[in-house]
Design a binder for this molecule. Structure first.
Ligand SMILES: NC(=O)c1ccc[n+]([C@@H]2O[C@H](COP(=O)([O-])OP(=O)(O)OC[C@H]3O[C@@H](n4cnc5c(N)ncnc54)[C@H](OP(=O)(O)O)[C@@H]3O)[C@@H](O)[C@H]2O)c1
Length: 345
């Protein structure tokens, strides 16, 4: 998808290069940067974070040109730390805070839904959520429609700016839209090797002006120079839940030795543009039809890749030869089974 012409530039205080501009894309009422910072990495399952340092680093991400954060009610202290950051932040950038509500099954009456949305508003220190992304565990339990109807009412009352989904499949997205509930995006796993959205969801999204916000695009960090030429890591050496999760994806797709062939191919494409393997992997997905933004997990206070990730859009884009070379290797593996989100049900 061609990037919208409007672009975000890093502030003059940023140390990143002047080529580090991010396209801005319309997702509902938001003009989101094409890369968002994912805060699942603050949940505790990706290493012990220093909370005060994490809050400070949020400012530097924003000032460097990455002003969008994706979190959830169940990502440990993520919403609270985001709220603390907002209270401290003195910069002039528009900051975006997207959250999720992932309720356990149960009755979805207005007081229950409202109390949960109110909790996120309180933690994030905002009067209105930029985006609320809703997850549901069991399609047989149709109370997800009750919940969404209440959220639509809360959106009409101004407590939510944009109503969205996460990990819904195409059939149920359609059912929701057919029930008169307007959704602006669906957050799903989408990477070079996990192309499940292309089975039908992308087409449906294009027809219905629904965007995809993608996660797992860097496979927890496995899709990077760090793993090029390395033997298959033992699960016990994978120190985040994210790495463990996406190691499974690699196995389901084609295994470590084929993955190495893919990393080598991405490296030779990266050489052409003087960028990283991660940049190629993110750009490949960011420019796909229907994609609104790629979410890249940020282990605030532990590790950071801001400058490198800002280089994702430092070149005009992958050409047809690059894409052909990538797809030649990808097709040697299997297309992952099912639709987006099936692994959660
Ligand atoms: N809706 C859902 O069900 C769902 C599920 C999963 C994730 N998410 C969202 O997506 C976000 C991303 O999480 P994810 O698990 O999918 O992880 P990911 O974005 O695929 O991987 C994040 C990891 O990649 C590494 N990395 C980042 N930039 C890099 C670069 N330029 N070069 C090399 N390595 C780089 C870092 O590893 P190191 O820290 O080790 O350096 C980072 O921790 C989450 O925070 C969350 O917001 C949503």
């Amino acid at each position: 998808m061609a990037a919208a012409p409007q672009r975000l530039s890093p502030s003059s205080s940023s140390s990143s290069s002047s080529s580090s501009f991010l396209p801005v894309r319309e997702v509902g009422t938001l003009k989101l940067p094409a890369i968002l910072n994912g805060l699942w990495q603050l949940s505790g399952a990706h290493g012990q974070i220093d909370e005060a340092q994490a809050v400070k680093e949020m400012s530097s991400y924003v000032d460097a040109g990455l002003p969008g954060f994706d979190m959830a009610d169940h990502y440990g202290p993520a919403e609270i730390l985001y709220g603390a950051f907002l209270q401290e932040y003195r910069g002039s950038h528009r900051v975006y805070g997207l959250t999720k509500w992932v309720p356990p099954p149960g009755p979805m009456l207005r007081p229950i839904v409202e109390a949960n949305i109110q909790r996120s508003l309180h933690r994030m220190k905002v009067g209105s959520l930029d985006m609320l992304q809703f997850h549901w565990w069991d399609y047989h339990d149709e109370r997800y429609l009750d919940a969404l109807r209440v959220m639509k009412a809360l959106r009409d009352e101004g407590k939510i700016k944009n109503l969205a989904l996460t990990n819904f499949d195409t059939v149920h997205m359609k059912k929701i839209l057919d029930s008169g509930i307007p959704i602006v995006s669906n957050q799903v796993a989408y990477s070079v090797i996990d192309t499940r959205p292309e089975k039908g969801m992308v087409q449906w999204c294009l027809q219905n002006n629904v965007k995809l916000l993608t996660y797992g695009t860097l496979l927890g960090g496995l899709l990077s120079d760090k793993y090029l030429g390395k033997p298959e890591p033992r699960v016990t050496n994978l120190n985040t839940v994210s790495l463990k999760k996406y190691m499974q994806t690699i196995r389901q797709w084609g295994g470590w030795s084929l993955f190495q062939e893919l990393l080598s191919t991405l490296r030779s494409i990266a050489d052409k543009y003087n960028i990283s393997i991660a940049n190629v992997g993110v750009r490949y997905i960011a420019d796909k039809p229907a994609v609104g933004a790629v979410i890249i997990g940020a282990r605030l206070s532990i590790s950071g890749h801001v400058e490198d990730n800002l280089r994702t859009f430092s070149f005009p884009g992958l050409d047809s030869d690059d894409i052909q070379r990538i797809e030649l290797v990808v097709r040697k593996g299997k297309v992952l089974r099912g639709d987006c989100g099936d692994e959660y049900r």
